[in-house]
Design a protein around this ligand. Structure first.
Ligand SMILES: [Zn+2]
Length: 94
């Protein structure tokens, strides 16, 4: 899904450039929405691709289905609270 959107967006960028446009409406690549419209200048789209990043609508990010980087907020929260727990009870104190 996301890969297909990337290809669609790249095609949009190419077509817009060939048509002499400076802006185009791309699709959000977060994979969690229904490809929301994202108006971007072609320069911005170029920069995003240069960073090997994805195009996101405002507030959309961290795709779960791309780049195989599973993040589990629950685990992070657990680790944080455990750290605070340990910090509140220094070694040797009861
Ligand atoms: Zn999105």
């Amino acid at each position: 899904m996301t890969d297909a959107l990337v290809q669609i967006n790249d095609r949009l960028a190419r077509a817009a450039r060939e048509g002499g446009l400076v802006m185009a409406t791309f699709h959000c690549e977060c994979g969690e929405c229904l490809a929301a419209d994202v108006p971007l200048s072609l320069d911005e789209q170029d920069e995003i691709r240069a960073r090997e990043d994805l195009i996101f609508a405002p507030g959309h990010d961290a795709p779960r289905s791309y780049r195989a980087m599973p993040t589990q907020p629950e685990v992070v929260q657990y680790e944080a609270s455990e750290w605070e727990l340990n910090r509140g009870r220094p070694f040797g104190l009861t």
